[in-house]
Design a protein around this ligand. Structure first.
Ligand code: BGC
Length: 403
């Protein structure tokens, strides 16, 4: 039996938690991280987990505070599981762009998704966490630092050996895939068998060099202006859960200001950045009734005096924003599938938007068939895949090193 405790620093959106968020704000509120206790026995995976909230102040404060907070949560979790004092191996899912220096060392390249904690960029995040654990007297041995895409690929490949791509469509978006070493010009590591490696594409940054300017809209540009990482992660900002609600709000606001919605009355609530949450968009799309009651209720909360036509327009905006996101993700995947040249392939997927949005998966299926008709592609949802995968990696490493 391998026992792995894992701090999954994945920014997924927990539905119940989101419901508790206050409605109006001037920046997206907080984030979550998840701690999992994973037991592997005879190929079966048994998990216990707990979600911890990260307040915006911690996301944007000092790195020391952020890592202290994670260490405190790990201590609490260990205590609750009766594991106090036990020295456990830890797989750390860190869902941000990193330079991987080794299995248990990765330096943060830049923050994304509303984080800006100071003193972390260019630092080894495993070291920062390990120092925080020492400060808090938490016994943990960081065995692996893993991106969430890699974790998802690993956990899905554990269940389906035809899985070669890991995809996240949650608060942020990114994908990784298996690549032959000969194709990786920058590879200067071990050249022995198996001659392949996982490439974390960090595709959220696609377009930061200006290459997708022709498909960005004024709404995307307005959204970018109110983010902490302006001009960065432009592809991610057109796709992922953190941003779709705000893009929709920008479009609704413009039509209201042009007197094409709500009789030209623009409520104070509608003018607040981030007031239209991505969860609203998902809920509106889940409601297939002709009268659009859910949309109506949300507009009421935003103090927008709507007519039936307004409801129809707002629903159409939500639908256009999520359809565009699904098309863009599939376009990225189509390029990867063509590059890999496989006839059949499974793509492991994790992330709240993919999980909770009613049309995302069907839309991706349709667009995949259009863009790569020659390949048979299966999308495999992986609940907590990013965390489970990091635990698997840590468990294998422990077995190989005999620690
Ligand atoms: C990060 C990636 C991560 C993705 C999904 C992006 O903002 O740069 O490292 O995989 O979010 O969580």
């Amino acid at each position: 039996m391998a026992q792995v405790i894992l701090s999954n620093f994945t920014l997924f959106a927990d539905e119940k938690e989101i419901q508790k968020w206050r409605l109006f704000c001037t920046r997206p509120r907080g984030s979550n991280f998840r701690v999992l206790l994973v037991k592997l026995r005879d190929g079966n995976v048994e998990m216990k987990s707990k979600v911890y909230k990260i307040a915006t102040e911690i996301m944007t404060g000092t790195g020391e505070n952020l890592f202290n907070y994670i260490a405190d949560c790990l201590a609490e979790f260990k205590k609750e599981q009766g594991l106090e004092g036990k020295d456990l191996p830890l797989g750390f899912t860190f869902s941000f762009p990193c330079r991987q220096n080794g299995l248990n060392s990765a330096s943060l390249v830049t923050w994304t998704k509303g984080f800006s904690a100071t003193g972390v960029v260019d630092q080894d995040v495993a070291k920062l966490l390990s120092e925080a654990c020492k400060r808090r007297n938490v016994n943990l041995d960081i065995i692996a630092v893993v991106n969430d895409t890699t974790g998802t690929l690993m956990s899905c490949a554990h269940a389906d050996s035809n899985c070669y791509v890991g995809l996240i469509i949650g608060t942020g978006t990114n994908a990784c895939y298996m690549e032959a070493l000969d194709e990786v010009e920058l590879w200067n590591g071990d050249k022995g068998e198996p001659k392949q490696t996982i490439i974390n594409m960090e595709w959220g940054a696609f377009g930061d060099d200006g290459s997708i300017e022709d498909i960005r809209t004024d709404f995307d540009r307005e959204l970018d202006k109110i983010t902490l990482n302006q001009g960065k992660q432009l592809y991610e900002k057109m796709i992922s859960g953190m941003y779709l609600g705000e893009i929709s709000r920008q479009a609704i606001l413009k039509l209201a200001k042009e007197k094409l919605l709500f009789n030209g009355v623009v409520s104070a609530e509608l003018q607040k950045p981030w007031a239209f949450e991505s969860k609203f968009l998902t809920d509106i799309e889940k409601d297939v009734s002709t009268d659009g009651l859910v949309c109506r209720e949300i507009l009421r909360q935003l103090n927008c005096r709507d007519t039936m036509e307004d409801v129809t327009v707002v629903r159409a905006i939500c639908s256009a924003v999520s359809t565009r996101a699904a098309k863009l993700v599939t376009a990225g995947l189509a390029a990867v599938i063509k590059k890999m040249g496989r006839k059949t392939l499974t793509i492991g997927v994790d992330g709240s938007l993919y999980k909770y949005h009613p049309r995302f998966h069907p839309l991706m299926d349709t667009f995949t068939r259009e863009l790569v008709p020659e390949a048979r592609v299966k999308y495999m949802l992986s609940e907590d895949g990013s965390g489970k995968g990091a635990a698997l990696i840590a468990a294998v490493a422990v077995r190989l090193t005999g620690k």
